[in-house]
Design a protein around this ligand. Structure first.
Ligand code: MN
Length: 277
């Protein structure tokens, strides 16, 4: 074998190795890292809406629904393909300047280098799947966890949680992603979660928490609060033993119509307490 042939073979083998590496490259999870896009903004939202979004996070902390984790978002009033949500920060610390416009692929619009929530895909895919949804809450509210992990379905205990009488599905992340880190950190997992939610107002996430949606920030917050309360009450009712009479679907529809109107009353006091004004 001549020296030239050996060198030629070496070059060819290096080229093949480079080609193999190039082919393998897409395995790296790129979407979660692609946080910002230069796409034009849908424009500024009303300051009153931003104030309500900031208040929503603090209310949910005060009510024991959110802690250092979890997030609230609202669909952009000027563009249904955008939503507004804080950068990655504890909900009680969110201020107006932390709110970032997101698109439905989970990109931040002009995020200015700010880190976004890993689970922003929950919100993005729910807004994509559900044109009726204007606000989304994702929490790890503790009393709901047993219902996501056991075979006992969550059911509506009382009129404030009437929205649950429509049925409460459970999202099993293993079905969509096998053995994951339990987080909805990609568009594919967000889509599977939105499918599990279906046309319902809430979905439990096995081993994780829940997602609650609504036609306004006020109603989504109301529902997130009473989902947690309902879980505590149902656990108490079960511990009493014997049969439990839950709300029927028809009672749920009727009571939820009232809740849609009166949810403004607790909101007013919760917001006052949350913002100190
Ligand atoms: Mn989470």
């Amino acid at each position: 074998m001549t020296r030239t042939t050996t060198r030629a073979r070496l070059i060819i083998s290096r080229l093949l190795m480079a080609a193999a590496l190039a082919t393998a490259a897409p395995v790296v999870q790129a979407p979660a890292l692609a946080q910002s896009t230069a796409a034009p903004s849908a424009g500024p939202a009303e300051p009153a809406l931003i104030e309500d979004l900031v208040a929503a996070g603090r209310i949910l902390v005060n009510q024991g629904v959110l802690d250092g984790f979890g997030h609230v978002s609202v669909r952009h009033p000027k563009d249904p393909t955008r939503f507004l949500m804080a950068r990655s920060v504890a909900p009680a610390l969110v201020v107006a300047d932390d709110i970032v416009e997101h698109d439905l692929d989970g990109n931040g619009i002009d995020a200015k280098g700010r880190t976004l929530f890993l689970e922003r895909f929950i919100h993005a895919e729910v807004y994509r799947a559900r044109p009726d949804v204007m606000a989304v809450v994702h929490s790890h509210s503790p009393a709901t966890i047993p219902f996501g992990a056991s075979q006992v379905p969550m059911r509506a205990m009382f009129h404030n949680s009437a929205f649950l009488a429509a049925g409460v599905p459970v999202f099993e992340i293993r079905k969509a992603g096998g053995m994951t880190n339990m987080l909805v950190g990609s568009g594919a997992l967000g889509k599977a979660l939105a499918e599990a939610l279906g046309d319902k107002p809430a979905v439990l996430m096995r081993g994780h928490g829940n997602v609650v949606v609504g036609p306004s920030i006020q109603l989504a917050v109301f529902r997130a609060v009473y989902l947690e309360v309902n879980a505590r009450l149902q656990l108490q009712a079960i511990s009493l033993g014997g049969p439990i009479t839950y709300l029927e679907a028809e009672e749920g529809v009727k009571a939820d119509k009232v809740n849609e109107v009166i949810s403004a009353r607790p909101w007013d006091i919760w917001k006052k307490q949350a913002l100190g004004k």
